[in-house]
Each structure stands twice: as C-alpha cells, then as structure tokens.
Design a protein around this ligand. Structure first.
Ligand code: NDP
Length: 435
C-alpha cells in the first residue's frame, strides 16, 4: 500500500496473491532472498502517453494511454487493451500483474502485460473510434513487436478496434507481423479466438463439477455482462445442457426465467455489438423477462455463477447471498470480479470457486496459439483448436489441484492458481540472476 498509494485495484490483486504465496514460500529461502514476489509486483515498465484525436464535430480531444509491461520472464509481454472511462494506471497494473500468472498457467511461453485508455467508445461514431485507435497506435507501435509485446482486445476493444490498430501499425512500420492477436480471420486471426474466453470459463466449470461427479446438464447459471466473454460463456452453457437465467451491462441486469436460449444469445450479440444497444431493451424483444436497473444479478437463485463483466462486481454481501441461495460453483470470466471479502466467503463455504486467472485463461491461450500460427504462416483447423483449448483448460485445472488440494475433497483453486503461476515465473527469474 505504501509503495502504491492511490492504486487500490493493484494493491488488492497483489494482496490476494501474497496471501497464498507467503505460505508457499515459508520454507523456500531462495524466493525470499531474491525478493521474487516483490520483483513480480513491480512492473518492468509502465509507459504513459498522450492520445490526441479529432471528433466528428472538429473538436480536439486529449486522452491518456498506457502500456504496462509487467514481466517477460517466460515470453514476450502479452495482454489485452481496454478502452473504458474507468481505466487508470492502477487498473492496468492489476490486470498486467494478474496476466503474468494467468499466462504462466496456460503452459505457453507468454509474459504478462496490459494496456488501454480512459477513452469511452460509447456514443462514438465508427470513424471517431477509428481515429482514436490510429492515434493510440501511433505511439504504442514503438513499444510492441511480435517478440516483444503482443497486445489483444479487452473491454471496449473487439475485432473492429484490433483491425484499426493493426492497420495503423502496418502503415507505420511497413511490417505484416503477428503483433496483435484477435485479428480477423482473413488477415492472420485464429478460429475460436473470439469464443475462447467464454468457452474456456465453461470448460473450467465442467472440470470443477467433474471432481464431484457432476456435469452442467439441467443446472441453472447466473451470468453478468453481455459482451464477448458473457455471451460466449452463455452459449457454451446452453450447448452443454445448462440454463442461463441472466445477463447484464452497466445499466442493470435482465432475468429471463424461461432461459436465455441460443437465438436469444444471438439477438444480444447483434444488439450489443452491431446496434450498440443496452441490455434493458432485451425485455422489449422477450417480454417474459424482467429488467432490474442499477442492480447486479447475484440475488437470483442458481446452481452456478459466472461473473463476466468487470472487476469488483461481486462483493462480500453478493457472495453471501449466492452461498445462501445454494450456488455450488463460481467460474470467473472477468478479471478479479470478486472482491477480497467475496473470495474469503467462497473459500470458507468450500465452494467450487475458480479465480479469473485460471478460468478465463482460454482467451489468452488461443491468442498464444494465434501467435504460433502467425509464426508458421498457417491456420489451424477449428476442431484442432477446440481440442487444444479444452486440453489447456484441463491442464490449468490439473495445476490448480496440484497446489490447491486441501484434502477432504476441497480444492482451493485460488491458492492452486497463484502458486502454480508464481512458481513458473519465479523459477525463470531465479535462472536469470538479479536483473
Ligand atoms: P466487452 O467490452 O465485450 O463487454 C464488457 C461487458 O461488461 C459489457 O456488458 C459491459 O457493459 C460490462 N461492463 C463493463 N464495465 C462495467 C462496469 N464498470 N460495470 C458494469 N458492467 C460493466 O468486454 P469482454 O467481455 O471482453 O471483457 C469482460 C471481462 O472479461 C473483463 O474483466 C476482461 O478483462 C475479461 N477478460 C476478457 C478476455 C477476452 O478475451 N475478451 C480475456 C480474459 C478476460 P456496458 O456495455 O454497459 O459497458
């Protein structure tokens, strides 16, 4: 806290990891003397820059952009770009720190980074978004590269924005290289990248339920968010026989007691992405559903919960409510959606609870596979990639069990993910000496 005043999200993320790592390091003198945790918790660098662009009315707008390169001990920095008014250095530092552990867990050679801007894409025209992306990349390009740092999408940054940024990178450098992931299929992108985070979070859930001899068939799920991760998590739950009851956005949540079926999910995807609409309009299209303004969906009784919107969207009191209502499994699609109180409540209740750094790693894993395909200059088939995604999620699940099995049938997935991710990065750092 003293080293990072006014950075609550970053302090929270480090604290959550430190709780597990201190215990793990107790009898490991080298990690202590080499100050490994402190070194991982100090980004290699934070680049902050001005992003200046012109809106449709001819006004000059000035925004702030960042790239946080947290750690490249096991591979090039890798992590998304977020465009949202809530973006601060603290938010990006927490995301880059988490990303370092998550990327290590995938088993692929990727370090951790994150970037973004406080630019708000809501209400902007497509041409304004294009000009902003171009201006953002005009500075960012000098800090990234296929073997240096490979950004991807995140909140507010989807395929369209990646296209604008890749186009600008190519124009400036005259170089067609895999410098961004989440690209379009026609120009170097990978199949199932778009779906991978949401699908992966559900594969992880499947793995957790299997430890109890259960599956998703007939189970109800409460999901927050209605963006990339939320809609694809919903899609996979429906494919595996579950019933999705809710979706949300920053305006509130919708509850559809009949279940949000595939055709309704398709409607939401088009509505949010192409029409740039609000989730509250769902009830006009599907009148049996209800809209709850300004609320999160955690009070709706369910078997499984998947927070897929943003950080700190599920607080201690929400966690208590979920447990009291009989929720048995939580798989985080978003990054750090549960606050520390909530984490402690899930752990105390011995829920099947997967932290985002384990359960939402599917997206970055397929990004890693996109990097490999770009290096090979070829595209792998969809069924090959689906299988690789499933295998990677099963591998992460296994790593969590290895370090998180508490006996008596309880697996502390938070502890397992923290220790497994930390160990891989820490051992590489030890090999490099004091650098
Ligand atoms: P999108 O921009 O596609 O969707 C974000 C969703 O979350 C929207 O429904 C948005 O609502 C809602 N949301 C955003 N901020 C807030 C807020 N402050 N309060 C309430 N709702 C909010 O983003 P993604 O689906 O890509 O990302 C969602 C989460 O998943 C993030 O935590 C991200 O870091 C994480 N993640 C994403 C990956 C990916 O591959 N895309 C990979 C791994 C993690 P609204 O429309 O009102 O803004």
């Amino acid at each position: 806290k003293k080293r990072n005043p006014h950075q609550p999200e970053f302090v929270q993320a480090v604290q959550e990891v430190a709780e597990d790592i201190f215990e793990f390091m107790e009898d490991k003198e080298e990690y202590h003397s080499q100050q490994i945790l402190r070194r991982i918790a100090e980004p290699d660098r934070v680049v902050s820059f001005r992003v200046c662009w012109e809106d449709d009315a001819g006004n000059i707008r000035v925004q702030r952009g960042w790239r946080v390169q947290n750690n490249n001990a096991i591979g090039p920095y890798k992590g998304g770009i977020r465009f949202h008014p809530s973006v601060t250095e603290s938010v990006l530092k927490f995301l880059a720190f988490e990303q370092t552990f998550k990327n290590a867990l995938t088993g692929l050679p990727m370090g951790g980074g994150k970037g973004g801007s406080n630019f708000n894409p809501k209400g902007k025209s497509v041409r304004e978004i294009m000009r902003f992306c171009q201006s953002f990349m005009t500075e960012l390009y000098r800090h990234i590269g296929a073997d240096i740092d490979v950004p991807a999408g995140d909140i507010g940054v989807g395929g369209r924005e990646i296209g604008f940024m890749f186009g600008q990178y190519k124009r400036i450098t005259n170089n067609f290289t895999g410098v961004l992931t989440g690209k379009g299929l026609e120009w170097g992108g990978s199949l199932i990248r778009t779906e991978a985070t949401g699908y992966g979070a559900v594969y992880f859930l499947e793995n957790m339920l299997a430890t109890k001899g259960e599956n998703l068939e007939g189970k109800t799920a409460v999901i927050s968010g209605s963006g990339n991760v939320a809609t694809h998590a919903a899609e996979k739950i429906v494919q595996l026989g579950g019933k999705v009851l809710t979706l949300s956005d920053s305006g509130g949540f919708i509850h559809d007691p009949d279940g949000i079926t595939q055709d309704k999910i398709d409607w939401v995807k088009t509505h949010k992405t192409h029409r740039r609409g609000r989730i509250e309009e769902y009830v006009e299209a599907f009148p049996k559903a209800t809209f709850h303004a300004g609320k999160t969906p955690w009070g709706v009784p369910c078997d499984m919960a998947l927070p897929c919107a943003t950080q700190n969207e599920l607080l201690g009191e929400d966690a208590k409510m979920l447990v009291a209502n009989g929720c048995r499994a939580v798989s985080e699609g978003a990054n750090m959606p549960t606050d520390l109180d909530g984490v402690h409540i899930f752990k105390a209740a011995k829920l099947l609870y997967a932290p985002g750094k384990a359960s939402n790693a599917g997206g970055v894993a397929v990004s890693g596979l996109e990097m490999s395909q770009n290096s090979e200059r070829r595209s792998w088939k969809e069924d090959e990639l689906q299988q690789m995604l499933k295998d990677i999620m099963a591998g992460i699940h296994k790593s969590c069990i290895r370090y998180g099995d508490q006996g008596g049938g309880y697996i502390d997935y938070v502890k397992g993910a923290n220790i497994a991710g930390f160990k891989k990065v820490a051992d590489a750092m030890l090999a490099f000496g004091v650098v």
